[in-house]
Write a protein that binds this ligand. Structure first.
Ligand SMILES: [Zn+2]
Length: 296
């Protein structure tokens, strides 16, 4: 049995899957915000409850909203900021009395989709989470590519390629840079763009729904698609993935899967582009499933 833990900002979710990826049990608890010791306790209790319920001991993989620094061994880059600087990878294994594998939640997402999701069978997979932020993960031959700095796939804070008028230097980002891809492709960015163009406050998905009757929404979404195409083309040029899997709130916008691949061709250094853009198969469960699959 494989147990996956998804350490989110508002909830901690556990899943137990068998060798075929069949879910045996799911459990979720509210995340103890702002307390690292309480987070440790919550994880240990979750694992204990799952194992008591199923009656079997499992491997444990944990998806975190950041990464373990190879320099310090401490958590870094987590938007659940109470985890940053904490020795999670040292503290958790003895509490659970077993080795524990950790990965960035975007990497877990990509792994889940590569193993038995929308990119099953693909050699090289780029997983994108486009929601309140923009993250990414790379899976090659069913293994997460971590990278020497632990940031492989983190394309959200690259500058938007081939910037147009008004895109450079672009909006300020919380990371300290300007014009980051995340600042154009996250859900709030699409909503902001619609308001800036004269629309009213709508969510990204409402903007997509409004397109048929609202030419302003259609124009704003078309601009979004063109930006996503440029940003993904730069990934295709480096990684040449078989499949790009889209997750997060924006993955529910149906027309992206048709429009974006038509728009990325001019920016890709190849006569043909067979890379597919597909919607995540496991939806919100991909992260926790991928954490479980950290043990193969
Ligand atoms: Zn940034």
């Amino acid at each position: 049995m494989r147990i996956g833990i998804d350490l989110g900002g508002t909830k901690i979710e556990a899943i137990a899957i068998d060798d075929n990826g069949v879910v045996r049990l799911r459990w979720r608890v509210p995340a103890p915000r702002d307390s690292y010791p309480a987070t440790l306790t919550a994880i240990v209790e979750l694992v204990r409850n799952v194992e008591d319920e199923v009656g079997e001991r499992g491997t444990v993989g944990v998806g975190i909203p950041g990464t373990i620094s190879s320099a310090t061994g401490l958590v870094k880059n987590a938007n659940s900021t109470w985890l940053n600087g904490q020795p999670l990878a040292d503290d958790l294994p003895p509490l659970l009395d077993r080795p524990v594998r950790f990965a960035h939640d975007a990497n877990c997402f990509a792994l889940s989709e590569a193993i038995d999701g929308a990119a099953a069978g693909a050699e090289v997979v780029f997983g994108v989470i486009a929601g309140t932020g923009v993250g990414g993960g790379v899976v090659v031959h069913h293994r997460v590519l971590v990278g020497v700095n632990g940031i492989a796939g983190e394309w959200g804070h690259n500058p938007m390629p081939a910037p147009r008028d008004g895109e450079w230097p672009g909006p300020r980002c919380y990371c300290g840079r300007t014009g980051c891809i995340e600042q154009f492709l996250c859900g709030p960015a699409l909503a902001r763009d619609y308001v800036a163009a004269g629309g009213h406050a709508l969510t990204a998905q409402d903007i997509a729904r409004a397109c048929a009757a609202d030419s302003l929404a259609a124009a704003v979404l078309a601009r979004y698609e063109e930006r996503m195409a440029r940003a993904l083309a730069s990934i295709i040029n480096v990684l040449d993935p078989d499949v790009v899997v889209l997750g997060g709130g924006l993955s529910n916008v149906d027309r992206l899967y048709e429009s974006v691949p038509k728009l990325w061709a001019p920016y890709v250094f190849s006569d043909t582009v067979t890379t597919r853009l597909v919607r995540a198969a496991h939806g919100d469960s991909s992260g926790v499933r991928g954490a479980a699959w950290l043990w193969d």
